[in-house]
Design a binder for this molecule. Structure first.
Ligand SMILES: Nc1ncnc2c1ncn2[C@@H]1O[C@H](COP(=O)(O)OP(=O)(O)OP(=O)(O)O)[C@@H](O)[C@H]1O
Ligand SMILES: [Mg+2]
Length: 225
């Protein structure tokens, strides 16, 4: 198997059948040994967390498949912490798309002069460029078009998919008494279509229960439990 990419938390291999294999590692992003899903450096290892992140991802990808949403997910081998996926082309050097139902985190750091933390937002979508050195800068749809990363039409498809997928995740969590505040996705291009790629793990979302934030490792237990 040919390794095509070494990521911070996953490695990507090319399979003989043309698909990719994602290997979920036990490396976690964080700083000074403290787990921080939003960080851009690997800070620690947590035994078994790769497999747990894969399980949560499979849980949501299966739900999305039933809902008719196109994703890269093909199959998974939980014991080996691997997932077979369709080989997508990322947009530019990669994008992150965030959907927000409550104003927290970087939204409040930017716009906190205009609303209080926790104010409801109506599936607000924003996009960042994946660029660790620049701290993943925000970019507008016009910006993506101007730098040749995606067309306005592709952006519209990606935004609509983001809101649909986020709604499905939100409803799924609500059935467990959990409240989705925000969530981050990656999209790619495959066979002429925009599809959801990467992972949907506990570290990709902020979830609250009874007004208190649920830490990612606890969230995994609540989702799978
Ligand atoms: N179906 C797919 N086709 C092509 N690339 C994919 C696919 N699914 C995921 N990827 C890419 O595989 C890589 C997985 O690496 P990993 O999750 O460790 O993130 P990273 O690139 O190091 O950075 P970050 O965690 O900040 O996003 C990502 O770059 C992601 O864009
Ligand atoms: Mg990643």
């Amino acid at each position: 198997m040919n390794k095509v990419y070494t990521g911070k938390t996953k490695d990507v291999y090319a399979l003989d059948n043309g698909n990719y294999q994602l290997k979920f590692k036990d490396d976690c992003t964080g700083t000074d040994g403290v787990f921080d899903p939003g960080a851009n450096t690997v800070g620690l290892q947590i035994e078994g967390i790769g497999r747990e992140n894969l399980k949560v991802s499979v849980y949501f990808f299966e739900i999305l498949k039933k809902a008719g949403v196109k994703t890269h997910y093909v199959s998974a081998d939980i014991d080996n912490a691997t997932m077979e996926v369709l080989p997508a082309k990322v947009f530019g050097k990669g994008l992150e798309v965030i959907c927000r139902y409550r104003a927290v985190g970087s939204f409040i750091r930017r716009y906190g002069a205009y609303m209080e933390s926790g104010t409801p937002l109506n599936a607000y979508v924003e996009t960042t460029l994946k660029d660790d050195d620049l701290g993943d800068p925000l970019i507008t749809p016009d910006g993506l078009d101007a730098i040749g990363v995606m067309t306005l039409d592709q952006y519209a498809q990606m935004k609509a998919m983001t809101q649909k997928i986020s709604g499905i995740v939100k409803d799924t969590l609500a059935e467990k008494g959990l409240d989705l505040y925000d969530i981050k996705f990656e999209f790619g291009y495959y066979n002429g279509e925009v599809i959801l790629i990467d992972e949907i793990a506990s570290g990709n979302m902020r979830v609250y229960k009874d007004g208190e934030i649920v830490e990612p490792t606890d969230l995994t237990k609540l989702i799978l439990g």
